[in-house]
Design a protein around this ligand. Structure first.
Ligand SMILES: [Zn+2]
Ligand SMILES: [Zn+2]
Ligand SMILES: [Zn+2]
Length: 962
């Protein structure tokens, strides 16, 4: 006969009152001796001896000895055992833990306590068991787990396999910690314990979200200490028929919350074109919450920006018995489930239950918060996960296994005032309180962290998995088992691209109060780039423009496009680094490089810059230097496309609001031009937006000897500039002539000579954007077949004359648009007024001859020269560029000292560069006196004076000297 314990006992509630009933006694002080007191009040038990059992048994034994009474006695025995365990528990708990639990001392001072599962088993008495009780309690089994895993493993209704048993968690110890009300921010990771902090705020104190005060954000939480599984031993033994171990899933969130003043050190990149930074936070409060099983019915709402279903757990607020769904008719009839010792046992008052309880753990530690770099490809899940994996890799490479205690979590923050949202990676110390490791990363001006990022990049780039085109990462580099499902978003290539963007800037860090203030521009260029590509596509075929076809393709190992405009083809390569070895003296990274597909095309590759105003208004001077370095190399053109250009092009329009911008800059009408000059002008170059003019150019066939369309554009620019020559026969223009002439007195060294015959030209009105150009007389004839004569000129942006933001923005757009056009006149540079005053152009030089760069030009050679350029005297750099451009091999030695062949200790001559096999040296002017010595020893020397580069090139090319 099967004993139905629940039913029997429910019928005899009154009996239980013998043992259990008593008034609730308040807790005295720290520890929760609630039950202990209760028991003591009801009979003065001695917890350390077994005498207490006699009290119950005595009471029950007076009653008729029927089966039910016997069962009850047994059950009470079991409950008693439970109570004894609890007492033991309290007695064993370390004093510090007890005090911490009671909130008397802050918990961050001590390691996080684990969570315990207490498995209580009973079984029916066998015929050979002694004693008369129908049930026998087995000694309680205890299992402890780190709180992190216990929060799921020991969660209600989960099953736990141990000691050949499969037990189900059906009770939560509600006495080891008290029930708390919390408010959880729907937007950020802040939450407040309303038992401590009055619930009176109208909005989240961290992020300001007024939804904070919403009723849905106030919840019941319990700090998880102990779970209990009550089971009939015979039913839970695992045999061969045991069902599959199906893990349960819970909605969990780890929230990291800190006071802003806990940020003790923060850094950001100085370079404003890459929002990146990190900060050390000395104390972060971590709260890990189990919001219940997502499959159960429950309310979905936002916590820390995540809309999830959060059903929580339903249990008795007194005994902690889980109110699971009834599993049979009897359970359904019985209603609420309560422990035997629950004062509410047998009642079905809804007030007994907590419908939605969340379990949490809490610890505090130190953390390093890193803003995921907002690179041009934007920040998405792949960027965040890949960046995180890269940081992990870097840490592993830098510290080996010593950093296993460092963990990561992500934090996102909604963008304010239209700015994009921010993504943070929070690297934290899982050893509560922290080990000091993280702060060390910022020691020595944050160089350790910089090292970590650099190491990650070098390992990513060198990992063997790069050789397999199918692989985008492996366990040697970015993959980790720990990442779990997130691993699907991890990309080695993406991580590399992010780090590549980053490393250049890492040399220049600056301290800031917090990374939270790093500005991320709403018009960030990455979006503009994507739109630029779309604009090319959209505008092709419109208004007489050639058709445009774009096919995604791999260009130099990066994902780019094959662009077809009319009959012409180009590789579109995003984010190309150009520098001295490419003939570009200022390192730069155009957003796109358009390489003509046809090798030896006479068309120069075009470096496209997609510039948003909000982002570039304070970098104009640097932007100008980069563009000049590109154009002056004689190998590249530049092309600037702004938001306005792209926006208009996306609408399918070729127009631009800047169409009339040149008119006020002229002194006379078009009729003042001679017929040949008038014929050169093509208004479309200035009346259309930058995307349209570019498509037009790209679609034009390239000539045999030169890019004929670029010549047409140059001539149009030349004729246009002529309208800014003040007519010498007009007396009213005397002041203008004076001003233009004076300009050239103070400009310092120029990258090219003035032409033989010239006339200064430029605008006097609208001084915020000025053209200053020495108009070469040869242009006037209009008959030149080659490119126009070199002559210096500037397109200058002068903020001092633009008085408000819209005026500055407009001036900036005009400045870039004018340079798109005027760069075709050799010698014209882009400048800001301050850059001009600082003579930024003095380091530029124009090569004697210009050859379009080709994308696959001797990379190895270039790399070898790079080191030379690095080490050689910097004043040689511009001229050495010509030498590099000639495609000659680099020297064997930089800073070469020649020892006396008879006495190795005596240096008899020095040279800046030496080609040893050729017995050729380059001497600095200061070393001219060594010329005789070199000659005497059979060496050829070239002194870096006058027109030395051509001499040097021909000497190197000559082959081995005799
Ligand atoms: Zn908030
Ligand atoms: Zn209960
Ligand atoms: Zn790999």
């Amino acid at each position: 006969m099967r004993l139905d314990l629940g039913q029997r006992v429910a019928q005899r509630v009154d009996l239980l009152s013998v043992g259990i009933k008593g008034k609730q006694v308040g807790l005295d002080g720290a520890a929760r001796f609630h039950r202990c007191r209760l028991w003591r009040d009801s009979g003065g038990c001695n917890f350390t001896k077994s005498g207490r059992g006699e009290v119950f048994r005595g009471a029950l034994k007076k009653r008729p000895q029927d089966e039910a009474t016997g069962a009850e006695i047994d059950q009470l025995d079991r409950e008693r055992q439970k109570a004894l365990e609890l007492v033991k528990e309290i007695n064993q708990r370390e004093l510090l833990n007890t005090l911490t639990d009671a909130g008397l001392i802050p918990n961050y001072a001590f390691p996080e306590a684990g969570v315990e599962l207490k498995s209580l088993l009973w079984r029916k008495r066998g015929s050979d068991d002694p004693d008369t009780a129908a049930y026998i309690s087995l000694p309680a089994e205890r299992y402890e787990r780190p709180a992190q895993s216990a929060l799921s493993e020991f969660a209600p209704e989960n099953v736990f396999y141990a000691n050949q048993r499969r037990v189900e968690i059906d009770q939560i110890n509600m006495t080891l910690s008290s029930l708390e009300s919390w408010r959880l921010c729907p937007t950020c990771q802040h939450m407040e314990n309303l038992e401590i902090q009055a619930d009176s705020r109208a909005a989240c104190p961290r992020c300001g979200d007024p939804m904070w005060a919403n009723i849905a954000q106030k919840r019941s939480l319990l700090r998880f200490r102990q779970a209990i599984a009550n089971s009939n031993d015979t039913e839970v033994r695992i045999d061969d028929s045991a069902e599959d171990r199906e893990p349960k899933f819970y909605v969990r969130q780890l929230l990291a919350d800190f006071e802003p003043e806990k940020v003790v050190e923060a850094w950001r990149l100085k370079a404003r074109d890459l929002p990146f930074g990190f900060e050390f936070i000395e104390q972060v409060q971590f709260r890990d919450i189990n919001f219940g099983e997502p499959t159960k019915p429950g309310e979905a709402y936002n916590v820390a920006g995540q809309q999830r279903s959060r059903p929580g757990f339903k249990l008795c607020r007194h005994c902690g018995q889980i109110q699971r769904a009834p599993r049979n008719a009897r359970e359904r009839d019985a209603g609420q489930l309560h422990a035997f010792d629950c004062e509410k046992r047998g009642t079905n008052d809804v007030e007994n239950l907590i419908d939605c309880l969340y379990l949490y753990r809490e610890f505090s530690s130190e953390a390093l918060r890193i803003l995921v770099p907002y690179t041009r490809s934007g920040v998405d899940e792949e960027a965040v996960q890949s960046f995180m994996a890269a940081v992990q890799l870097g840490l592993k490479k830098r510290f080996g296994g010593k950093v296993d205690h460092l963990r990561m979590l992500t934090q996102q923050e909604a963008g304010k005032d239209g700015a994009p949202g921010r993504q943070y990676v929070l690297l934290y110390d899982s050893v509560p309180g922290g080990t000091g490791y993280l702060h060390q990363l910022l020691a020595n001006e944050a160089q350790t962290l910089v090292d970590v990022l650099r190491l990650a990049l070098s390992h990513l780039s060198a990992c063997a998995c790069n050789a397999d085109p199918e692989k985008d990462g492996c366990y040697r580099c970015v993959y980790q088992y720990r990442l779990g499902r997130a691993m699907a978003s991890v990309s080695r290539d993406r991580a590399r691209s992010i780090l590549e963007h980053l490393v250049a800037g890492l040399d220049h860090l600056e301290k800031v109060p917090t990374v939270a203030e790093i500005y991320i521009n709403p018009n960030f260029d990455s979006e503009l780039e994507a739109r630029f590509i779309e604009a090319l596509r959209r505008l092709g075929g419109e208004a007489g423009l050639p058709f445009v076809k774009l096919v995604q393709d791999i260009v130099h190992g990066k994902s780019g496009y094959l662009l077809q405009v009319g009959e012409q083809q180009y590789w579109v390569e995003p984010q190309v680094d150009l520098g001295p070895t490419d003939g570009v003296i200022v390192p730069c990274r155009p957003d796109f490089m358009l390489w003509p597909v046809q090798s030896r095309s006479k068309r120069r590759p075009i470096a496209v810059f997609c510039d948003g105003w909000a982002y570039h208004h304070d970098t104009a001077r640097v932007d100008a230097k980069k563009r000049n370095a590109l154009v002056m190399s004689g190998k590249y053109w530049v092309w600037s496309a702004t938001w306005e250009d792209v926006k208009t092009a996306l609408d399918g329009s070729v127009e631009t609001a800047l169409a009339g911008m040149l008119e006020p800059m002229y002194y006379g009408g078009q009729e003042t031009l001679s017929p040949p000059l008038r014929a050169m002008i093509d208004e479309r170059f200035v009346s259309r937006n930058a995307v349209a003019v570019l498509i037009d150019w790209l679609g034009k066939p390239v000539g045999e000897a030169l890019d004929e369309h670029s010549l047409r554009m140059a001539r149009s620019a030349g004729a246009t500039a002529f309208r800014m020559v003040p007519n010498p026969r007009v007396p009213e223009l005397a002041d203008a002539r004076d001003e233009l002439a004076k300009f050239w007195l103070n400009v310092g060294a120029l990258p090219c000579d003035r032409p033989e015959k010239y006339v200064p030209c430029g605008n006097i009105t609208q001084p915020e954007v000025r053209l200053r150009y020495l108009w070469p007389a040869l242009l006037a004839g209009g008959s030149a077949n080659g490119m126009p004569e070199k002559s210096p000129g500037f397109v200058i942006l002068d903020d001092a004359f633009a008085h408000d933001e819209p005026a500055r923005h407009l001036a900036w757009r005009r400045w870039l648009a004018l340079f798109n056009h005027f760069q075709l006149l050799p010698g014209i540079m882009l400048a800001t007024q301050d850059g001009l005053e600082a003579a930024d152009h003095a380091s530029l030089s124009m090569p004697a001859s210009s050859n379009p760069a080709s994308s696959s030009q001797g990379a190895a050679l270039a790399a070898a020269w790079e080191q030379v350029l690095d080490q050689a005297m910097s004043e040689l750099t511009p001229s050495l560029m010509d030498v590099v451009g000639a495609g000659v091999p680099p020297p064997d030695e930089v800073g070469f000292e020649y020892a006396d062949p008879k006495n190795a200790d005596t240096i008899i001559a020095e040279a800046e560069l030496a080609w040893c096999a050729k017995k050729l040296v380059l001497l600095l002017p200061a070393h001219t006196n060594y010329q005789a010595v070199w000659k005497a020893h059979g060496w050829t020397s070239v002194v870096a004076e006058g027109e030395w580069t051509q001499r040097l090139i021909s000497e190197i090319k000559e082959g081995t000297t005799a």
